[in-house]
Design a protein around this ligand. Structure first.
Ligand code: NAD
Length: 292
């Protein structure tokens, strides 16, 4: 089992900056890359903000924070992964995009580097097949927000070898996550169950059974969920929710997974949830305001 010293992270969005955050605090050197320089700047600012909160709550010391931030290097070029031992891809949920990214990574990463994807739903086996090392490829599905959520799903592709799995397990222990194993079928465990529930909440809204507020209140107080399904959808990102439903629908060929047309419409409008400032709620004011 190889020693991991440097972790590469592709994508500095909600998930990528969270993964960089926990890796840097666990003592790994981190190489963080995004196609957008703006996203990199925002990602690092978010990491600083979130670590400051941890300092304020006495979860980490100011020295821990300073040392962790000093371990993070950023670049818009994939060449930043030249010395990475494990590279975790957390770019947008799109198969062609991810395959292209892995092609680029394979051209620059050390031949013995492990490759992982944080995809929520796409076949690990298929993404692995787009690389030159499917045996060293694995799914590491973190939850959002990464610094707070305990779980990481581990998904082996058809070709993933035991050494890669053992390395992923050791890595998860060092960053303090609890793992579950899921087989490589569309959306794995968490999203196979969670996403149809969110999609059904959007259908409930689409069919006029309840307003945004009524649906969220019903599920918070009636099912004891910590947040309503539409608030959660905004938090995850409506583009990500739609992509996952499409993967479930295509992969399992069952009409029960058809994405709600209203979800499609929100994504078409660019109303992607919190990250774009508007989704089922408008986030431009002090408190979120329902958009329907
Ligand atoms: P996001 O939209 O916040 O971030 C995606 C980032 O990828 C953006 O910063 C974008 O600039 C970058 N990107 C796009 N194309 C790129 C390229 N060619 N090279 C490098 N970077 C590129 O999305 P997110 O919520 O962070 O999701 C990222 C991944 O994590 C997706 O696969 C998603 O399914 C998965 N995921 C999301 C959640 C969630 O709750 N949001 C949870 C678990 C897993």
């Amino acid at each position: 089992m190889a020693d991991i010293k440097t972790v590469g992270v592709v994508g500095a969005g909600q998930m990528g900056n969270g993964i960089a955050h926990v890796c840097a605090l666990a003592g790994y050197d981190v190489a963080l890359s995004d196609i957008s320089g703006d996203a990199l700047e925002k990602g690092v600012a978010t990491i600083e903000q979130n670590m400051s909160r941890q300092v304020a709550r006495d979860l980490i010391t100011p020295d821990d924070m300073k040392a962790a931030l000093a371990r993070i290097r950023t670049s818009t070029e994939l060449s930043v992964f030249e010395a990475s031992n494990l590279i975790i891809e957390a770019a947008s949920e799109n198969r062609e995009l991810k395959e292209k990214i892995f092609e680029g990574i394979c051209a620059v990463a050390p031949r013995d580097a492990y490759l992982a994807t944080n995809t929520s739903s796409i076949s690990i086996t298929r993404l692995a097949a787009a690389t030159d090392r499917p045996e060293k490829f694995i799914g590491l599905h973190f939850m959002n927000p990464v610094p707070l959520m305990q779980l990481m799903e581990i998904i082996r592709g058809l070709a993933t070898d035991q050494d890669t799995y053992d390395t992923a397990l050791a890595f998860s222990q060092r960053i303090g996550k609890t793992t579950t194993n899921a087989e490589d079928y569309p959306a794995f465990i968490v999203n196979r169950i969670l996403m149809p529930m969110i999609n059904e909440a959007v259908y409930t809204l689409y069919e006029g059974v309840g307003s945004v507020e009524a649906i969220d209140t019903a599920m918070r107080l009636g099912a004891n969920h910590p947040m309503g399904p539409l608030t959660l959808a905004d938090f995850i990102g409506l583009d990500t929710c739609l992509s996952i439903m499409q993967v479930l629908h295509d992969g399992l060929a069952d009409t029960k997974y058809r994405p709600c047309p209203l979800l499609v419409k929100y994504v078409e409008a660019g109303w992607l949830g919190r990250k774009s400032g508007r989704g089922f709620y408008d986030y431009s004011g002090d408190a979120p305001v329902p958009t329907r």
